[in-house]
Design a protein around this ligand. Structure first.
Ligand SMILES: Cc1cc2nc3c(=O)[nH]c(=O)nc-3n(C[C@H](O)[C@H](O)[C@H](O)COP(=O)(O)OP(=O)(O)OC[C@H]3O[C@@H](n4cnc5c(N)ncnc54)[C@H](O)[C@@H]3O)c2cc1C
Length: 363
């Protein structure tokens, strides 16, 4: 007998797991099928930021308040069930590196309504007091609410949390979905799944999926390196968003430098060019740190961007009950949980999808 479920979700990354969780809040069952292991896609990054300020001007992100609230609550929930500490509430520094950038960032800051305590403009001296040695021209921003997350550890702990709460996650399988009599059938090694709905939460692989290859997408590869500081005098406790990001996780003497930047790439692995690119960027904002840091580990992943830089959610125009939840771009950690809750609400209560993320913008 096939195993019947309301939703079958392909992909155990931020999108797939957050959606399974949100659907269970409405008593809808789901089975998550992952072709490799939990967090083996972009969501496996060993360090990233919950950063509600984006781009060169540090503009407040789309739905910043709602998405921050969702991810902060979820990190707390998952952390309370895990012994591995995977996030820190350690604030985020955003120094301007050029005069023009400082002017534009300040203008943007003054024209934005930030929630109380989220964001403060700081002079160059104030920025350099928070982080001695950081390059800064004419000031920058300090975001005390910035969170630093070992995203890969978070997503693994999230998977365990969901499994303990009755959600089936099957790893190491990549079945081809077949639509039959109003159901989706997915044949696994030992069982067939019969699902009312099928969701692709398969990250960048939608670019080559026969169901979704018509969606305009850009694939961008990023690399993340873990460095060890060789001098304790260069200590800092916050994270930094500048020319990529520097994420300070728990270990006192290590930090992560990451950036997504490769528009034309030929392989998916980390490489020496990646390390040298990240070092070049670090040299521009923290030259002393770069000189005294040793590479410990390196990782690479691919994120996708849509023409309006917003995620894509919704139903396939031709197949019934076939859904897409992808395109989380560079803000997947910040947006994923909020969008999963929004989509589950849309599916169960008929709440309209935000037009900016609706798949209908491509049909
Ligand atoms: C270097 C880098 C740094 C980043 N830093 C940050 C950051 O600091 N802050 C932030 O908010 N975001 C950051 N992001 C973005 C964030 O990581 C992504 O937006 C997010 O992880 C995307 O999640 P996803 O679930 O859509 O995709 P993925 O995590 O890629 O998950 C898709 C999953 O689907 C699986 N899969 C694929 N095809 C199939 C199939 N046919 N059947 C079953 N399973 C399948 C894959 O194995 C994978 O596990 C970063 C991304 C990169 C690459």
């Amino acid at each position: 007998m096939p195993h019947h479920t309301d939703y079958c979700i392909l992909g155990a990354g931020i999108a797939g797991l957050s959606l399974a969780d949100a659907l269970s809040d409405y008593d809808l069952s789901s089975v998550v099928i992952e072709k490799n292991s939990i967090g083996s896609g972009a969501s496996g990054t060993p360090g990233g930021l919950v950063n509600p300020a984006t781009g060169r001007r540090a503009k407040k992100t789309w739905k910043a308040e709602q998405s921050y609230e969702s991810i902060a609550a979820n990190l707390e929930k998952v952390q309370s069930h895990s012994d591995t500490r995977f996030y820190r509430n350690n604030g985020l520094l955003r120094p301007a590196l050029l005069k023009k950038m400082a002017r534009k960032m300040k203008e943007q800051y003054e024209n934005t309504t930030w929630p109380d305590g989220w964001c403060q403009w700081k002079s160059k001296e104030e920025i350099q007091k928070i982080h001695p040695g950081v390059k800064c021209v004419d000031g920058g921003l300090w975001l005390p609410i910035g969170l630093t997350v070992d995203i890969g550890s978070y997503i693994k702990a999230y998977g365990h949390y969901l499994e303990n709460n009755g959600i089936n996650i099957v790893c190491g399988e990549q079945p081809y979905p077949i639509s039959e009599d109003g159901y989706w059938l997915l044949e696994l090694d030992e069982i067939t799944i019969k699902a009312d709905h099928l969701v692709f939460a398969t990250g960048h692989t939608i670019a080559t999926s026969p169901f979704w290859d018509w969606i305009p997408l850009e694939l961008i590869k990023g690399q993340v390196a873990k460095f060890k500081k060789e001098s304790s005098s260069l200590s800092f406790s916050h994270s930094i968003s500048s020319l990529g990001y520097i994420a300070r996780l728990d270990e006192e003497d290590t930090f992560i430098q990451g950036s997504t930047y490769e528009h034309d790439f030929t392989h998916l692995n980390p490489d020496a060019e990646g390390e040298s690119y990240l070092r070049k960027r670090m040299r521009r904002s923290l030259p002393q740190l770069e000189k005294q840091s040793k590479l410990v580990d390196q990782w690479a992943g691919v994120r996708i961007s849509t023409p309006n830089y917003k995620p894509i959610l919704g139903l396939h125009p031709a197949y019934s009950n076939l859904h897409l939840f992808s395109g989380l771009g560079s803000k997947g950690l910040l947006l994923g949980k909020f969008l999963a809750e929004h989509y589950a609400d849309h599916l169960t209560n008929g709440t309209p999808l935000y037009p900016e993320i609706d798949i209908n913008r491509f049909t």
